[in-house]
Design a protein around this ligand. Structure first.
Ligand code: ADP
Ligand code: AMP
Length: 215
């Protein structure tokens, strides 16, 4: 199964993607994670992307399109993939259609996780991640069972994203509103869109997703 998780920054795409990966044998493809890895590596691409990401803007379409196309060609994606954070512009959505047709692949669903904008700043500014395994947490909504210890791997180091600050969040919301939200009609026209209520608690959102994808 190949699906897209759509939703504003902080809607819960990454949190849910990790759960869906396991249940449906799909690989999570997060362009944000790929770009952060490039930034951490200090590559030329990473240096270029860092400035844009820190400003809360979108990196050039060609760059992420190439990144995703190459990633989909890797053998682990043959079992299915879950796109998280891509496509984010109409140009990316069109390029994805063309790329999938060329590779003989198709999308099974596009799932929109709907969240009120007021909730997003709190979600994003409270987000932190295990430095060893990448498991996601939140200061209020998803704390580790034992303070300071990752539930998933027992790691004790956690990180916060450089762009998870209130100022950058506002720019990211604006980019979402102006550039990403308009791609929804593209997929509605293809009859692929399903919606879930992202304001529910994390387990409830997962249950809604299982219901949609089990069909
Ligand atoms: P995205 O990948 O869409 O940017 P994340 O999955 O990283 O969003 O979620 C952002 C933050 O909000 C994380 O800290 C996560 O723990 C928390 N979170 C995710 N889903 C929910 C939810 N349904 N209710 C409350 N907090 C949530
Ligand atoms: P995310 O992890 O999805 O919140 O993405 C973090 C940042 O990476 C965004 O604010 C953008 O600067 C950049 N980014 C991630 N995915 C894309 C994409 N598909 N197109 C353009 N920029 C992206």
């Amino acid at each position: 199964m190949n699906i897209i998780l759509l939703g504003a920054p902080g809607a819960g795409k990454g949190t849910q993607a990790r759960r869906l990966e396991e249940r449906y044998q799909m690989v999570q493809l997060s362009t944000g994670d790929m770009l952060r890895a490039a930034v951490a590596s200090g590559s030329e691409l990473g240096q270029e992307a860092k400035v844009i990401m820190d400003a809360g803007q979108l990196v050039p379409d060609e760059l992420v399109i190439r990144m995703i196309s190459e990633r989909i060609d890797e053998p682990d994606c043959a079992k299915g993939f879950l796109l998280d954070g891509f496509p984010r512009t109409t140009a990316q959505a069109q390029a994805l259609d063309a790329m999938l047709a060329e590779k003989g692949l198709k999308l099974d669903a596009v799932i929109q996780i709907r969240v009120d904008e007021e909730a997003l700043v709190e979600r994003i500014t409270g987000r932190f991640t295990c430095a060893s395994c990448g498991a996601g947490y939140h200061d209020t909504f998803q704390r580790p069972a034992q303070e300071g210890v990752c539930d998933n791997c027992g790691g004790t180091e956690f990180t916060r994203r450089a762009d998870d600050n209130e100022k950058t969040v506002r720019s990211r919301m604006e980019a979402y509103r102006a550039q990403t939200a308009p791609i929804l009609p593209h997929y509605e026209a293809q009859g692929l869109v399903q919606e879930v209520d992202g304001m529910a608690d994390i387990d409830e959102v997962t249950a809604q997703l299982y219901k949609v994808l089990d069909r």
